[in-house]
Design a protein. Structure first.
Length: 174
């Protein structure tokens, strides 16, 4: 191996630094937030697999700022809060600051009775969660495919563990 003199070493070092600086200039997407529980992580993984299979390249990013809206959805799903104009106003307030917040994912609303119920059962198996996503209605599926941010909330109801989510296309810039 050839020994480098001081001038060659400095030239190569300078070139390396320049290449690293150029590489750092490229825009890199923010890393997804790490879910606070293993269960949230599994749901997020399933949703991202579902999106990838649908041709969506970018994974959803967990957004804790949407958590208050997801917590309201849990209350609605459990029947602790009516799904009415007051709930819609509270939801809009909780999701303020976000662009194109979709309808809550994981609850069904019966227009005849006004009743709501959770529909997304949680399971430890990611592939089963992915398969269950294809059973959501078209609105929920479109919402999952078009969003970039999501908050996921898990809860128990009637002895069964469910999950709901609130998704948005982005955050309003200040």
């Amino acid at each position: 191996m050839k020994e480098l003199n001081r001038r060659e070493f400095l030239t190569l070092s300078g070139a390396s630094v320049a290449l690293l600086a150029l590489a750092a200039c490229g825009s890199t997407p923010p890393a997804p937030a790490v879910p606070t529980t293993g269960e949230e992580a599994k749901v997020l993984e399933a949703i991202n697999k579902y999106r990838a299979a649908a041709g969506v390249k970018e994974p959803l990013i967990l957004e804790n700022g949407l958590k208050p809206a997801a917590e309201l959805v849990v209350k609605i799903a459990k029947g602790e809060m009516a799904f009415d104009e007051k709930a819609a106003e509270a939801f809009d307030k909780a999701a303020a600051g976000y662009i194109d917040v979709g309808a809550p994912i994981g609850i069904a609303f019966d227009k005849d009775t006004g009743n709501t119920m959770p529909v997304c059962v949680y399971t430890e198996t990611v592939d089963l969660l992915v398969n269950n996503l294809s059973m959501l209605d078209e609105t929920d599926q479109a919402n999952l495919k078009s969003a970039s941010l999501i908050a996921i909330q898990l809860f128990e109801y009637g002895g069964v563990k469910y999950w709901v989510a609130v998704a948005a296309k982005g955050k309003v810039k200040p």
